[in-house]
Ligand binder design. Structure first.
Ligand SMILES: O=C(O)[C@@H](CO)OP(=O)(O)O
Length: 228
């Protein structure tokens, strides 16, 4: 039966500083490194044995994957990186402190920006210091100015359908190292979660989530590996 492992990157520098991050490329912290190593150790202990891995174009997810794979003795596994697994683009909020933004705009407005299904944050200015449009990794890709969770789902799902699902259907065990919102997109799809419920799901950093799937990739069950 196909098995899928979802892993959110370990704590990032801007998770620690409580700043809106999105497509800005921050590294993992010391704690994030420890979380990634612990995730790898846990997967190794429990006999989780991926055949192929997918990740985003962002350092925090790539590094988490590499640290976990090293711990598992699996640095040699094939890894495919794609911007479609990136975090949701946080638009003009990128770089701002989440608490300061609440103090300025109110809890309700910030909650809408963070957790509404289809209301995107204000767009990022073209001359923002956090603009990623000219970053070489996004050559040929239209970097969004902002994204809602709905927009993120629209970008993630075609990649799931064309690249990831076929690997699972071929009997490969797949490990995906990604981000809070790109993983929400996948979890929503896999577990059939309604629009108004998925925004309430908080995915912890560095905790492998196992999806056991049937041959049509319908969920049989899912669980946090640490809880089994
Ligand atoms: O800042 C971000 O990019 C994300 C993930 O850390 O935050 P949020 O919890 O608001 O989706």
């Amino acid at each position: 039966m196909p098995q899928l492992i979802l892993l959110r990157h370990g704590q990032s520098q801007w998770n620690l500083e409580n700043r809106f991050t999105g497509w800005w490329d921050v590294d993992v912290t010391e704690k994030g490194i420890e979380e990634a190593l612990a995730a790898g150790q846990l997967m190794k202990e429990r006999g989780i044995d991926p055949d192929i891995c997918f990740t985003s174009l962002q350092t925090r997810a790539i590094k988490t994957l590499n640290l976990a794979l090293e711990e598992m003795g699996r640095l040699w596994l094939p890894v495919e990186k794609n911007y479609r697994l990136n975090e949701r683009h946080y638009g003009g909020l990128t770089g701002l402190n989440k608490q300061e933004t609440r103090d300025k705009h109110g809890d309700e407005q910030v909650h809408i920006w963070r957790r509404s299904f289809d209301t995107p944050p204000p767009p990022m200015a073209t001359d923002s210091e956090f603009q990623m449009s000219n970053d070489p990794r996004y050559k040929g890709i239209e970097v969004p100015a902002t994204e809602s969770l709905k927009d993120t789902i629209v970008r993630v799902l075609p990649y799931w359908k064309t690249r990831i699902a076929p690997e699972l259907q071929n009997g490969q065990t797949v490990l995906i190292s990604a981000h809070g919102n790109s993983l929400r997109a996948l979890v929503k799809h896999l577990s059939n979660i309604p629009d108004d419920e998925i925004t309430g799901l908080e995915i912890p950093t560095g905790q492998p989530i196992i999806y056991e799937l049937d041959d049509d990739l319908n969920e049989i069950e899912h669980y946090y590996l640490s809880e089994r």
